[in-house]
Write a protein that binds this ligand. Structure first.
Ligand code: ADP
Ligand code: MG
Length: 513
């Protein structure tokens, strides 16, 4: 997924960092004339700053540069002193804390001499207030066309394929006839994963290749993978699909090594039209199998064959997964299945009841959806248990009965940090208030803490993207997703960011990074 910077700016401003050489303001701590030797003139300052910025840019991520240096300016330049001004104390403290080293190195490199770097505040560098609300930016290529979603609903309208004649060569598990697109309830939590699966089933090897679905257990990965197989089997006569768990791939490979029939193994895996591997995270710590899978992947990919993978975590978080596999897994579409939001949970409960030929009263569905919020398998289990209990006791299904039947399920909710706790640590760390975080304002000094808050909310609470977006100013789920991607990216590349987040996590009573 592409990262873009969300700091409010115009292209013109962003491309001319050195141009912001404003008159020195009263906020400067030291006036040039107090220091003896004459300071550089405006033109000199501008060109020196441009050179320093070029060095800074080469040392930090573009998003960090845009956020922290775009509005900075060189205000004084002497042999032994370089003074850089920023728009407010917050930005100055941030630079002081996290980027002083980079500035010093860049000064030394571009000027050819070491100089003391002074960071100052110049309110005149603050941009004029925005006069209108701009829509939130959403990275390109995010949403799947709506038509895909609709087509998905109709894909298996022709009924389940005849499994006896289905050609799923060498697959270790039979497909579960219930796992079809028709039986999959689509909500905001799984819309992209669903649409991408439908897309891959409709144009295998073209639309999303590889397709990589990840998410916690019980959120529908296997269901989608099998739906995709069914759909292909229905629409493509003679398709050769190999659907298997990663474990089987590992076992087959070990068996082939032991028996010396690696060639047969390779012929089998590399001769299919579609390879679907469930739970690919099990490749973790299996170096030789990763090596083999890498070659399998390349052969199939280069031949335009569709590869579909599921995992409990995104590619880069699979422990010890070779970098070249991580990058290949990201070539196509990586999409997450999230915990379902309340409305989706209710819809799933109703669907599961109907699949059993029963109806779930609305208040009972509401109660279950409220109490079981993270795992669809658990929702399904609760429905089964409740109807079973009702049948045995002869009592009709009601909220009261649910409380009795599902006692143990209801009691295991854990009490982790809440959104309010997150707001508390964010407003302590940054000069922002709750009302700022919930406002539409997008200046960097507000947007950045808000993005960190969203990231934390997704990391330590069970709130869905919608819920988090709703809380932080009625933003939509893609804004939250964007924030999470951006902060995760910064986290990977910037140790200062990792320090900051570790501190915040600790204050929330969570394990630091
Ligand atoms: P995973 O492979 O992610 O652990 P599964 O695909 O096995 O999860 O899903 C667990 C159970 O929840 C399955 O019975 C599946 O049918 C059901 N399920 C998951 N997501 C949905 C959904 N969106 N609509 C209907 N049922 C679902
Ligand atoms: Mg599964």
């Amino acid at each position: 997924m592409r990262e873009t910077d969300q700091a409010p700016q115009t292209a013109e401003e962003a491309s001319a960092p050195g141009a912001v050489v404003g008159p020195q303001s009263a906020a400067h701590e030291a006036k040039p004339e107090e220091r003896g030797a004459p300071t550089a003139d405006r033109a000199e300052l501008a060109s020196a700053w441009e050179a320093i910025c070029a060095e800074i840019r080469s040392r930090i991520q573009p998003e960090l540069f845009e956020t922290w240096f775009r509005r900075a300016a060189l205000v004084e330049l002497r042999d032994d002193l370089v003074a850089v001004a920023v728009q407010n104390a917050f930005a100055r403290d941030w630079l002081e804390r996290y980027h002083r080293g980079v500035i010093e190195e860049s000064v030394q490199e571009s000027l050819g001499r070491a100089a003391t770097v002074e960071l100052r505040v110049d309110p005149e560098l603050a941009l004029p207030p925005r006069t209108h609300e701009e829509p939130e930016e959403v990275p390109a290529g995010r949403s799947a066309p709506a038509s895909l979603v609709q087509q998905g609903a109709a894909t298996s309208a022709g009924g389940a394929p005849d499994l006896s004649s289905a050609l799923v060569r060498g697959s270790d598990v039979g497909l579960n006839a219930k796992y079809t697109f028709d039986n999959f309830v689509v909500g905001p939590c799984n819309r992209f994963a669903h649409a991408a699966s439908v897309g891959a089933a409709e144009s295998p090897g073209a639309a999303y290749n590889p397709l990589f679905l990840h998410g916690n257990v019980g959120l529908g990965k296997t269901h989608l993978l099998q739906s995709l197989c069914f759909s292909l089997l229905e629409n493509w006569e003679g398709v050769r699909i190999l659907y298997l768990s990663c474990e089987t791939f590992v076992n087959h490979f070990i068996g082939a090594l032991e028996n010396g029939d690696l060639q047969a193994f390779r012929n089998k895996y590399r001769g299919v039209d579609v390879l679907v591997v469930d739970d690919i995270h099990l490749l973790a710590n299996k170096e030789r199998t990763q090596e083999e899978f890498f070659h399998t992947f390349n052969t199939l990919y280069n031949a335009g064959k569709q590869i579909v993978l599921s995992s409990d975590s995104p590619p880069k978080e699979i422990p010890t997964l070779q970098e070249r596999l991580v990058s290949r897994f990201k070539w196509g579409l990586v999409t997450e299945l999230e915990a379902p939001c309340y409305e989706t949970r209710v819809a799933i409960l109703k669907r599961k009841a109907r699949e059993r030929g029963r109806e779930l009263p609305a208040d009972v569905a509401g109660l279950l959806a409220e109490r079981i919020d993270s795992n669809i398998r658990e929702l399904e289990g609760a429905v089964t248990k409740l109807f079973g209990y009702s049948d045995l006791s002869g009592e009709p299904v009601s909220s009261d009965l649910a409380h009795v039947a599902l006692r143990d399920v209801f009691s295991v909710r854990r009490g982790g940090p809440t959104l309010d706790n997150i707001v508390a640590v964010i407003t302590e760390e940054f000069p922002v208030k709750l009302s700022d975080l919930q406002s539409r304002r997008r200046t960097a000094t507000i947007a950045f803490p808000r993005q960190i808050a969203m990231y934390l909310a997704r990391r330590v609470t069970r709130h869905s993207l919608e819920e988090v977006g709703g809380f932080f100013g009625g933003r939509d789920h893609s804004t939250v997703l964007y924030a999470v991607t951006k902060i995760s990216g910064l986290l990977e590349r910037d140790p200062a960011m990792a320090d900051l987040l570790s501190g915040l996590l600790e204050r929330l009573g969570e394990r630091p990074l």
